[in-house]
Design a binder for this molecule. Structure first.
Ligand SMILES: Cc1cc2nc3c(=O)[nH]c(=O)nc-3n(C[C@H](O)[C@H](O)[C@H](O)COP(=O)(O)OP(=O)(O)OC[C@H]3O[C@@H](n4cnc5c(N)ncnc54)[C@H](O)[C@@H]3O)c2cc1C
Length: 395
């Protein structure tokens, strides 16, 4: 496509910034409109697998990523009370050798900053803050992004990267009400210097128990421990990443769990426990109008059980860049993007939902029954991590 085309992006989250960096690097004229008053990210850790890390390397960010990330040795599934290791999936060198890029743990604010710095390096004037998208209009040859303050921004393509409550998706698809899963996620971090020496290996520990599970891993070159506790609780329905809840409720939720979990919870700052109600949204099969398209959580919000939400958003950025490069026609390019991303993202969304149930169990027998039917290591190697958004054939 003609590099003079102006591409508007609503939302400067991980997905919007990854798309902006990919497109700016190709030479397009890109403007990002973010509702927040400053660029930044909240929350704790994310896991990024090879498909996303390859895109970050393509953006010249290999050193920035390795400087602040942790490379875990393995996934270890553990029983909630005894700590018995039920199953192990190697990561580290095995992941890198098999899939061509490392598996990383990284703080959300670190990856967000790495991407934001790259975008601003490519064009310091490309990001506009205090700019809330409320919808868009399109003609045969232009699209207009409407902002809450009354401004109307003209462009050739509009990318809705405005997250789980996307205004752009609402306009394209209609409002899709979420289904509450009956599960909530506790999120917190612990400074490692508060923990006993050599507290835990450099792994992703997935603690499986009745009606709940916890995921624990290191962040920030090993300075922080990230804790996510997913609990069946149908009384808390607030879908916000910024809402705190009472530490004592977290402690009570994991009463009777292994001593390692107790040590982590006891060392979490009492006023720094966040709780997020997890909603499910069925995959949608229309992501675009003629000149606007959604990506990332706006297109395929997912439960976090395959640690793939941000990974999918970064994969989207690369495939969107390639689709825009491949066609002179805006609608064809957006259609190519949707066509090439829908099946994979729907599979991840559906399997993530199934994984939640798999992790909630009481003993080794239940674990073996569930995991006997599902060979996570094999499946993930075969299709989840082997995908390369920069080279996969586009149809
Ligand atoms: C507990 C938990 C753990 C997770 N763990 C992982 C993990 O390990 N690995 C992984 O890959 N993913 C993980 N995820 C998911 C991942 O964080 C998201 O999928 C990812 O952040 C999506 O990026 P995005 O850019 O599409 O949306 P967001 O990160 O939500 O960004 C959207 C941006 O748009 C802005 N915005 C919103 N509305 C508007 C508007 N109207 N106008 C302008 N701007 C707007 C927002 O302020 C924000 O900056 C996890 C999620 C949860 C809840």
């Amino acid at each position: 496509m003609d590099k003079n085309k102006k591409i508007l992006i609503a939302g400067a989250g991980i997905g919007g910034l990854a798309a902006a960096a990919c497109l700016l690097q190709e030479g397009y004229d890109v403007e990002v409109y973010e509702q927040a008053s400053e660029l930044g990210e909240i929350g704790a850790g994310i896991q990024t697998s090879a498909p996303a890390v390859k895109v970050l390397h393509h953006l010249g960010l290999a050193k920035q990523m390795s400087d602040v990330s942790v490379k875990p040795q393995a996934f270890e599934f553990k029983l909630f009370d005894t700590g018995e290791v039920l199953h192990k999936v190697p990561l580290a060198n095995t992941h890198e050798e098999s899939h061509g890029a490392p598996y990383y743990h990284i703080h959300r604010s670190d990856i967000h900053k790495i991407l934001a710095d790259r975008v601003l390096e490519l064009n310091p004037k490309s990001v506009f803050l205090n700019a809330q998208a409320i919808g868009f209009e399109e003609t045969d040859d232009k699209v207009y992004l409407n902002l809450a303050d009354g401004r109307k921004i003209e462009g050739d393509i509009l990318i809705g990267a405005d997250g789980i409550k996307s205004a752009i998706r609402d306009q394209i698809v209609g409002v899709t009400p979420p289904d509450f899963t009956g599960q909530v996620a506790w999120r917190a971090t612990v400074s490692v210097d508060k923990l006993p020496k050599d507290f835990m290996g450099k792994i992703v520990a997935i603690w499986c128990g009745p009606k709940k599970h916890a995921v624990v891993y290191y962040l920030r070159s090993g300075e922080l421990l990230n804790f996510v506790g997913c609990v069946e609780n149908d009384k808390w329905q607030n879908e916000s990443w910024t809402v705190k809840a009472d530490w004592q409720e977290l402690k009570d939720d994991f009463a009777g769990w292994n001593e390692e979990i107790q040590i982590i919870i006891d060392n979490i700052e009492k006023d720094q426990c966040y709780r997020w109600a997890m909603n499910n949204r069925k995959p949608i099969d229309n992501w675009r109008s003629d000149r606007a398209v959604v990506m990332g959580d706006a297109a395929h919000p997912t439960l976090p059980y395959m640690a793939s939400g941000a990974v999918m958003a970064i994969e989207d950025a690369a495939v969107l860049m390639r689709s825009i490069n491949a066609s002179d026609d805006v609608t064809d390019a957006l259609d190519m993007f949707q066509r090439n991303r829908m099946e994979r993202t729907a599979r991840i969304v559906i399997e993530s939902t199934e994984h939640g149930d798999l992790y909630h169990l009481s003993n080794r027998e239940e674990f073996e029954a569930g995991f006997g039917k599902k060979n996570i290591a094999k499946e993930r190697a075969e299709w989840l991590y082997s995908y390369d958004p920069l080279t996969v054939d586009l149809i």
